[in-house]
Design a protein around this ligand. Structure first.
Ligand code: NAD
Length: 480
């Protein structure tokens, strides 16, 4: 098996100490790849390359930069199946989802290629005669992007596309579990002809690479998606050189289902927003609040939908729910389930690992629905990151909103109602960066994505993401 390499200054390189890292399929345990595994030395080489490439790349016109991004868009689309197979092999998500992820990534390269052309400045009327005020928007410089394993291609695209479009040069550090799809994406970037040093890939020890990014005065921005714990470390570390940070962190999404909702639509939306990627998305439903009068009927319908879902190797046809990413993830999910059950919750579906037959070599968890839940249980307080949904009852709209907001997280929330006034009232009061009204799948390239509170800072998506990679410069000219 060929060892996958890092991509620094336009060259494919091994780790300086020849270190490597093995990647296993979480559905079968099989070895699916081995990659170079570096650290601070390689990160510093990549920073130097990105710093050296910055003047020429930022000096291109947006139209010239867009040509590279458009070529990359075409290549990503053309290689959709190959990329999707790698995603599924290294982190387990069903192929159907993985293909959707790849198309989403391609869409980012297309959209930001266009958006690059619309980075407009301003002229501001002066209060003093004989002066002119202008505002320019310029790329921040070298960007270090750090991504998680749950969207191994799209999390990268969502950072690299706006950064490169804005004129920044970048270094990517992908998650340890999912370097193979990042390597494939960089092969496509090489094919698209990006100049050496514009985009660099460093794989290896997270703390050592993170420290190199934080210590460098050349890295002007950290774009991170991952846990709130690591996000806080990076934010504190960035203070040393006053770097910009944008943070897409954890979530604990509430879903509010009112008695006036279309129950079939709500069941569909809740199923998608909970069990997609086996519950391993930051925007996955984490607490389901159902109005008391429809609680039992709703639970019954949702139960049927969950029982109809096929669990298995994501590469198999018809599988809707894949494995969890690793053994530790299953442990954590089971800890949440056991804690809830010990405090009185009932697992009306699932509640256990899947370990027999085809599941025996993988990290599988039965999709789970818990009733008789209360908010003291771990599953209502911490991000479970697995296919477990606790159901709670509520009586009034105000009570539901208050309980939904009672968390340090503030990423995604969902509301199901057919009452327009209620939909507006509730959306406005939810302390979340994104609200889906009768919509369990709201992410689109052109819309802002991000969280309130400890779910993050800044936004990905849309024109909002371009601002994250642009400085604002005021120029005042006194006429003679
Ligand atoms: P994680 O924080 O453990 O890892 C994320 C990335 O940070 C990985 O590349 C990892 O190697 C790196 N990392 C770890 N320690 C580091 C350090 N000291 N310095 C620098 N980098 C370091 O998160 P994870 O388990 O890979 O991903 C799951 C988390 O990501 C969940 O909390 C989920 O909610 C969150 N997430 C958020 C969004 C969003 O858009 N808000 C999207 C997807 C995932």
């Amino acid at each position: 098996m060929e060892i996958g390499k890092m991509y620094i200054n336009g060259e494919w390189v091994a780790a300086v100490d020849a270190g490597t890292w093995k990647v296993h399929n979480p559905a079968t345990g099989e070895l699916v790849g081995e990659v170079a595994f570096g650290g601070g030395v390689e990160a510093n080489q990549a920073i130097a390359a990105a710093h050296a490439a910055f003047p020429a790349w930022s000096g291109l016109t947006p139209r010239e930069r867009a040509k590279y991004l458009l070529k990359l868009h075409d290549l990503v689309r053309a290689n959709r199946d190959d990329l999707a197979e790698r995603i599924s092999a290294e982190m387990g998500k069903p192929l159907r989802e993985a293909k959707g992820e790849v198309l989403g990534a391609a869409d980012n390269f297309l959209w930001y290629a266009e958006e690059a052309k619309r980075v407009y400045g301003e002229t501001i009327p002066s209060s003093v005669p004989g002066k002119r005020l202008f505002v320019l928007r310029q790329p921040v410089g070298v960007v270090a992007a750090i991504t998680p394993w749950n969207f191994p291609v799209n999390m990268v695209a969502r950072k690299l596309a706006p950064a490169l479009a804005a004129g920044c040069t970048v270094i990517l550090k992908p998650a340890e579990s999912t370097p193979l799809s990042a390597i494939r994406l960089f092969e496509l970037m090489e094919e698209a002809g990006f100049p050496a040093g514009v985009a660099n890939l460093v794989i290896g020890n997270p703390a050592a690479i993170g420290e190199a990014f934080l210590a460098s005065e050349h890295v002007r921005k950290i774009a991170f998606t991952g846990s709130t714990r690591v996000g806080k470390l990076l934010m504190a570390g960035a203070a040393r050189t006053v770097k910009r940070v944008s943070l897409e962190l954890g979530g604990h999404a509430p879903v509010l289902v009112f008695a006036d909702a279309n129950l079939d639509q709500a069941v569909h939306g809740v199923f998608e927003s909970k069990y997609r990627t086996s519950g391993q998305q930051c925007i996955c439903a984490n607490r389901l609040y159902v109005e008391d009068s429809i609680h039992d009927a709703f639970v019954e319908k949702l139960k049927e939908r969950i029982l109809a879902a096929k669990v298995g190797d994501g590469r198999e046809k018809g599988v809707e729910i894949g494995p969890l990413v690793n053994a530790a993830a299953v442990e954590k999910v089971m800890q949440h389930v056991d804690d809830a059950v010990s405090k009185g919750a009932k697992a009306v579906v699932g509640g256990h690992r899947l370990t027999e037959g085809a599941y025996s070599q993988g990290h599988f968890m039965a999709p789970t629905l818990l009733t008789d839940v209360d908010e003291t249980m771990l599953v209502c307080q911490q991000e479970t990151f697995g296919p477990v949904l606790p159901v709670l009852r509520f009586q009034t709209e105000d009570e539901a909103i208050e309980r939904a907001n009672h968390t340090n997280y503030g990423l995604a929330a969902y509301v199901y109602t057919n009452n327009l006034s209620r939909a507006l009232r509730v959306s406005e009061k939810l302390e979340y960066g994104m609200v889906g009204v009768n919509d369990g799948e709201f992410t689109q390239t052109q819309a802002p994505f991000g969280g309130f509170k400890e779910s993050g800072l800044g936004r990905e998506g849309g024109h909002h993401a371009m601002d994250e990679f642009l400085e604002v410069k005021m120029v005042s000219i006194a006429l003679d």
